[in-house]
Design a protein around this ligand. Structure first.
Ligand SMILES: [Zn+2]
Length: 502
């Protein structure tokens, strides 16, 4: 006998609906799973066998073939267990009625005793079912909070295979989970305060601009002067995610299995700070089962690369695409896969291997040429995508900490500037395409003329000029100015790499 159930799979950060066809035929007892099923799916055979027996059902002593469709989509993970088990029961005539099978997607891992465990990516899986026209979703009872956030989907949570079957056959219906906004995770931001940073007015200012307009920042300078401390302060300056962003970001974290299931909605803007030993795959995503990397986990937030020149050259190179396009594309045999990865890059490094090149208080002990080779680790294309570049040094005299602004004061200005950008153009200044450098966004003919003139004087490429204009827009926003003026443009030009490396 033949039966069909519905499930879903994750591809990158999106869900895809999957049909599970089960055929129970005469022949030697066997359970075969086909349809590009990876090793975790193959192991479903053992889990499904035990779960069926331990739930009071019978595993038919027949030749059972399970086909996962579409056949060209590689499938892995444990989320198909429930759909396979129910399919076997339906195909072997153990379900009294199968009418609900056609309108309910089944997603969950089975424990050997028949309990249903939630799987990563429930939100994306539910959205895939909905998009495929399936009105219902049955998940493990631990995953209902995530699933209920998918609009237009009737969600049921079952603790076990037995409960799921009783519901699907109408013996004992489970209550539908009311569609609810996701419960929000508490806003815990673990960041030092700007009041702890001694001196460094230029670095502080550049950080504020970078956060306010989502621009890429580099801090260069000797060790121990607070570059890292300053960058870490950024986490407390970021405005919370808005409703739409919160769902978008939470879905990525859901796929990565990084959500607290009881409070799955992320409100704090992502702040990711991977160590320099990270692999390229972990940084931008990939692998046999493509998973979002740090670049996608930083989507809508910040990616902090401390000691940036210590990162693998191919890892840094792989950041070029997200820095330019806001997405990561992973090449695979089955075709390219694109994941969101729009973030502000905050980075710091020492100017040479010993760290003291250009410092006032100590001499660089590196051999000639070493420093140049070291700096060249930051390739031209990557250098080109840095908006703000600040060379820091130790403060000249003892720093008076009176009057130093704490993070709370700066975050107010950042929030106001952020609001202005949203109201005016709907996106951050750091994302403004060249055609948006227009009068309606505060780029009048006068400032555009000035921009062209500065570009000629400093020999800036069109890309650099465009980036400078976007930074100037943010400086104007921080000042509460509707139009971009000469003073904003000239401040933006102070943060260009050519000034910093002098
Ligand atoms: Zn040196």
């Amino acid at each position: 006998m033949l039966a069909e159930t519905l499930s879903a799979s994750i591809v990158g950060v999106e869900g895809v609906a999957v049909r599970v066809e089960v055929d129970v035929a005469f022949g030697l007892p066997a359970l075969t799973i086909v349809g590009l099923a990876g090793s975790q799916v193959q192991e479903a055979r053992e889990r499904v066998r035990s779960a069926i027996r331990n739930s009071g059902f019978e595993l038919p002593a027949r030749r059972i073939t399970v086909n996962l469709s579409p056949a060209d989509l590689p499938k892995d993970g444990t989320g198909y267990d429930l759909a396979i088990a129910v399919g076997i029961l339906a195909a072997s005539g153990q379900l009294r009625s199968v009418e609900r099978l056609a309108d309910t997607a089944l997603v969950g891992e089975l424990a050997l005793d028949g309990a249903i465990r939630p799987v990563a990516g429930t939100m994306a899986l539910g959205a895939a079912a909905r998009a495929a026209g399936v009105p219902g979703l049955l998940v493990g009872s631990g995953a209902t909070a995530e699933a209920a956030a998918v609009a237009g989907l009737e969600v049921h949570g079952a603790a076990s295979l037995g409960e799921a079957v009783a519901h699907l056959t109408g013996v004992r219906k489970l209550p539908a989970i009311a569609p609810t906004p996701l419960p929000a995770a508490p806003m815990r931001v673990d960041a030092p305060d700007l009041a702890e940073v001694h001196g460094q007015p230029l670095g502080r200012r550049a950080l504020e601009i970078a956060i306010a307009g989502r621009h890429n920042l580099v801090l260069s300078g000797p060790p121990g002067i607070g570059k890292t401390l300053l960058l870490r302060c950024a986490a407390a300056l970021l405005p919370p995610l808005d409703d739409e962003e919160a769902v978008e970001v939470s879905r990525i974290y859901s796929v990565a299995g990084l959500l607290d299931r009881r409070a799955p909605l992320l409100r704090a803007r992502p702040f990711r700070a991977p160590h320099h030993t990270i692999s390229t795959q972990a940084l931008v995503g990939g692998g046999p089962r493509v998973r979002p990397g740090e670049a996608s986990l930083a989507h809508r937030g910040v990616l902090l690369l401390d000691e940036m020149l210590q990162f693998r050259a191919d890892a840094l190179d792989a950041l070029r695409q997200p820095l330019e396009a806001g997405t990561v594309t992973i090449g695979r045999v089955e075709g390219a896969l694109t994941m969101p990865a729009s973030f502000a890059l905050l980075s710091a490094f020492n100017p040479c291997p010993c760290g003291w090149l250009g410092a006032r208080t100590r001499a660089c002990t590196c051999e000639e040429g070493t420093a140049r080779r070291y700096a060249s680790r930051l390739s031209g294309p990557l250098r080109d995508r840095i908006d703000l570049w600040v060379t820091m040094d130790a403060p000249v005299a003892r720093v008076d900490t009176d009057g130093v602004e704490p993070s709370s004061a700066v975050s107010h200005r950042v929030a106001a500037a952020w609001h202005r950008q949203r109201e005016r153009q709907g996106i951050a200044n750091g994302e403004l395409p060249p055609r948006e450098l227009a009068d309606r966004n505060g780029f009048g003919p006068a400032v555009m003329g000035l921009l062209a003139q500065r570009g000629r004087r400093f020999n800036l490429s069109p890309r650099r000029l465009h980036r400078t204009a976007r930074v100037a827009r943010t400086i104007a926003d921080l000042a509460g100015s509707t139009s971009v003026g000469r003073e904003h443009l000239d401040e933006a030009l102070r943060y260009r790499a050519e000034v910093a490396s002098r």
